[in-house]
Design a binder for this molecule. Structure first.
Ligand code: PDD
Length: 275
């Protein structure tokens, strides 16, 4: 595989980053994950807009959108994945020493690579999720590389035999450790609002649009974990998982434990929209 690092196209073995990089020392950076279908990036503009928002939120100066578009195109050209995931990481840069505040003006360290993507959308296997208290910070709208809270929660869920945590703050549902959540009740679709407590997923945005085009009513509103006992279907979304049905929440079986009808309808519409 060929990766991109600060203007160079090299192998990952040849890539070198300073130990004084603020990403390494402080997780002072942001990232994006962009799906590629048939060698074409999916919803690229939305991903780049979110990258710019995240970068500006942590004080990295604006980088032209065209720079990212060209980078992604070349990355796809130089690698051999028909379907894959592009990873872009942008850190505040490398200093000459460890210092909480930068000791000098820095230029960002930009890294991008590609990996394969296989989603079995036509034979979705419902997963189990575990309800856990969201212990992360208050700016989950920034796609930060500081994922310690997310990783700790993911490990906790795995220990409970779950695929993903379903997080809540004092009872209010937020999202997963690396995905957004949707609930179906009486034919309507519900998902938490895109505020500072969740990452506004690009897949989430796309699914909301698809649902509306299928004449499904969508409600972006706060939900309590208690309401989970009365939902008909649950699914999660992300760039790497697309539309993933949930069959079990802790000990509660959702619906009959299979992929629900509306989830299947949305998953199918999602798959059709890739072309
Ligand atoms: N994760 N919420 C969180 C906390 C996430 O990390 C992600 C994505 C999402 C879904 O966003 P999108 O639909 O734009 O992928 C929601 C990526 C895939 C990751 O960390 O690998």
């Amino acid at each position: 595989d060929i990766i991109y690092l600060n203007g160079d196209w090299i192998t990952s073995e040849d890539a070198k980053v300073s130990v004084f990089d603020r990403g390494f020392l402080f997780a002072d950076g942001v990232y994006e994950v962009i799906p590629v279908y048939q060698r074409r990036p999916f919803l690229l503009e939305l991903h780049i807009q979110r990258l710019q928002r995240s970068a500006e939120a942590i004080g990295i100066t604006f980088i032209e959108a065209n720079y990212w578009y060209q980078l992604v195109d070349e990355l796809i050209d130089r690698n051999n994945y028909d379907n894959g995931l592009v990873y872009i990481q942008l850190t505040f840069g490398a200093d000459s020493q460890r210092s909480h505040l930068p000791t000098q003006p820095l230029s960002p360290t930009i890294y991008a690579s590609m990996s394969s993507l296989h989603v079995h959308w036509d034979t979705p296997i419902p997963v189990k999720v575990a309800v856990l208290e969201d212990i992360r910070w208050q700016r989950c709208d920034i796609k930060s590389i500081s994922l310690l809270g997310n990783i700790m929660l993911k490990r906790e869920a795995a220990k409970l035999g779950a695929f993903e945590p379903l997080l809540h703050r004092h009872g209010r549902i937020t999202e997963g450790a690396s995905c957004n959540y949707f609930m179906v009740k009486n034919g309507h679709l519900y998902t938490p609002p895109a505020d500072h407590l969740i990452l506004a997923g690009i897949t989430r945005t796309w699914v909301i649009q698809l649902a509306k085009s299928l004449a499904i009513e969508v409600h972006e509103e706060p939900m309590n974990v208690n309401e989970l006992q009365h939902v008909d279907e649950v699914f999660l979304t992300s760039s790497s998982r697309e539309v993933q049905p949930v069959g079990q929440i802790d000990d509660i079986i959702v619906g009959n434990g299979q992929c629900g009808a509306i989830t299947a309808q949305i998953a199918e519409a999602f798959h059709a929209s890739k072309r």
